[in-house]
Design a protein. Structure first.
Lengths: 118, 114
């Protein structure tokens, strides 16, 4: 149980393109989803916390207009990288916490999306 | 604030060797503690967890004990396999107003040779 699916797994596109990444909880409802960015051989950097039906909370230094997050349902959150540039190339990972789980439960992670901007 | 510190890597071992990856934390209150594993090109998988002092998390031969007196959550395995090669992350969850938010250590790369 507690499966999180992330799509696409890899995307390559031209500079200036907007890219949408989907994060779905397949077998549970997720009140909260998280979006991370990971640079090579580094730890995860939290970008934003997404709660269903409300605006995302962004971490300091993360551009809200560059990284648009929508959490329209209890099973789906999307991250859109707008007007992507080569410096946005990275590994993006989402995670989710379910409504049924009590506090202090683990996050369940998707398999990540490798974004390459040419 | 909360922080998690892991031992520096990379760690290189021979198959069947004993593994320890140190992890210490600072937090206000009593966090839950987790170990996650990341295989190349993939997301993170929960390896084990402990939610209160003296709890021992275990899974797939890995163990870690929540030590409040030393604020530690060291990961151990008695006999590693080549398939254990991955990056290991220690993390804490402060709960409360930061519900669900994880603080990660920097990750430790483990390579196991046959």
């Amino acid at each position: 149980g507690a499966v999180v699916s992330q799509h696409p797994s890899r995307v390559i596109c031209k500079s200036g393109t907007s890219v949408k990444i989907e994060c779905r909880s397949l077998d549970f409802q997720a009140t909260t989803m998280f979006w991370y960015r990971q640079f090579p051989k580094q730890s995860l950097m939290l970008m934003a916390t997404s709660n269903e039906g409300s605006k995302a909370t962004y971490e300091q230094g993360v551009e809200k207009d560059k990284f648009l997050i929508n959490h329209a349902s209890l099973t789906l959150s999307t991250l859109t990288v707008t007007s992507a540039h080569p410096e946005d190339s990275s590994f993006y990972i989402c995670s989710a916490i379910g409504t049924e789980f009590p506090g202090n439960q683990p996050q369940h992670f998707g398999d990540g999306t490798r974004l390459s901007i040419l | 604030g909360n922080s998690v510190t892991q031992m520096e890597g990379p760690v290189t071992l021979s198959e069947e060797a004993f593994l320890t990856i140190n992890c210490t934390y600072t937090a206000t209150g009593y966090p839950s503690l987790f170990w996650y594993v990341q295989y190349p090109g993939e997301g993170l998988q929960l390896l084990l967890k402990a939610t209160k002092a003296d709890d021992k998390g275990s899974n797939k031969g890995f163990e870690a004990t929540y030590r409040k007196e030393t604020t530690s959550f060291h990961l151990e395995k008695g006999s590693v396999q080549v398939s254990d090669s991955a990056v290991y992350f220690c993390a804490s969850n402060a709960g409360g107003t930061s519900y669900g938010k994880l603080t990660f250590g920097q990750g430790t790369i483990l390579t196991v040779h046959p």
